[in-house]
Design a protein around this ligand. Structure first.
Ligand code: AHR
Length: 309
């Protein structure tokens, strides 16, 4: 439906007839799967015709999908970008076609913020800071840390690394002894952790594992256990996302802390699109989502709540 027609209709009619293209990163983690499911459910609830495209972690697939959405004349496009750079040309194409774009989750590095309506996402730097503050408190700032990074070039990995390093940089006794990407996946988390434990003589001297998401933590704790160590005790584990599976790991004592990132981005993205098509233009360029940190001390209420849903 075109903008002119949209303006002749009321907001509810706009919502019920919308076609939205959604370019998703992939399905690398439990967090992302929940995110995709929640966007689809929200679209169904609102009667939005959602054109969903899974890019399988490849930017070129995302660019192709966006071009196809433009060719189909969708009313709006939502993009969760895999990496930060390389978006300007395709965003310009959407702009020329007068199709509003909403960025969700990771960021795009473009010098013209008019290329998208808004970005709905947490502060990744702050997530890294929260994880590091928890770890520095738990270890009195004395800690040899292994880091598993997310996808190289993604703003989630870049920001979380920056925030974490900023905090531990204030503690003389804390340092990252190994840092490697495990691409945000459970399988890689296990594989990379296995090789790090070997390289570290079994891992007995390590104090903590810091992972840029829960999925890698869940893979790595298997590797720690298989190496004869107790995750959560011999090696502390702190990560980001607070997915359902991490609550079981918190309960089992295998994980010590996880910073929450809500996967429910569809509702806010569709709210923005509906308001935009209804004529609103004064959006904040970054709608920041806040998240809590769950630890072995405070996870119980949330765990019970999720079990009951
Ligand atoms: O960009 C957000 C990150 O991507 C989530 O933390 C992770 O689980 C996902 O794959």
């Amino acid at each position: 439906m075109g903008l002119a027609l949209a303006s002749l209709l009321g907001a509810s009619q706009v919502a019920s007839a919308l076609t939205v293209g959604f370019s998703q990163v992939g399905s690398e983690s439990g967090w992302r799967t929940t995110f995709s499911e929640s966007v689809k459910a929200e679209a169904d609830k609102r009667g939005i015709d959602l054109k969903f495209s899974d890019a399988q972690q490849k930017q070129e697939n995302q660019i192709k999908a966006i071009r196809s959405f433009i060719a189909q004349g969708v009313d709006a496009i939502v993009v969760a970008p895999v990496v930060e750079t390389g978006w300007r040309p395709v965003l310009m194409e959407a702009r020329r076609a007068r199709i509003p774009v909403v960025i969700v989750d990771r960021n795009v590095a473009v010098n013209n913020d008019q290329l998208y309506v808004t970005r709905i996402a947490p502060n990744f730097v702050d997530e890294g800071r929260k994880a590091a503050n928890w770890l520095m408190d738990a270890t009195d700032g004395q800690c040899d840390i292994v880091e598993l990074q997310g996808t190289v070039g993604s703003s989630a990995a870049i920001g979380r690394m920056e925030g974490f390093n900023e905090v531990i940089g204030k503690y003389e006794g804390a340092k990252i002894v190994r840092s490697q990407t495990a691409e945000f996946t459970r399988a890689k988390g296990k594989e990379v952790m296995e090789s790090i434990l070997k390289a570290e003589g079994g891992g007995k001297e390590l104090c903590a594992l810091w992972t840029h998401n829960d999925e890698m933590a869940l893979g790595a704790i298997q590797a720690i256990r298989e190496a004869g160590l107790k995750p959560g005790e011999d090696i502390l584990v702190v990560s980001v996302d607070a997915v359902d599976d991490i609550f079981s790991a918190l309960k089992a004592g295998d994980v010590n802390a996880s910073v929450e990132m809500s996967p429910h981005l569809g509702g806010p993205a569709f709210d923005v699109i509906e308001a935009y098509l209804d004529g609103k233009r004064d959006f904040e360029k970054w709608m920041v989502m806040d998240g809590r940190i769950f630890t072995q001390e405070n996870y119980q209420d949330e765990y019970e709540l999720r079990k009951s849903q």
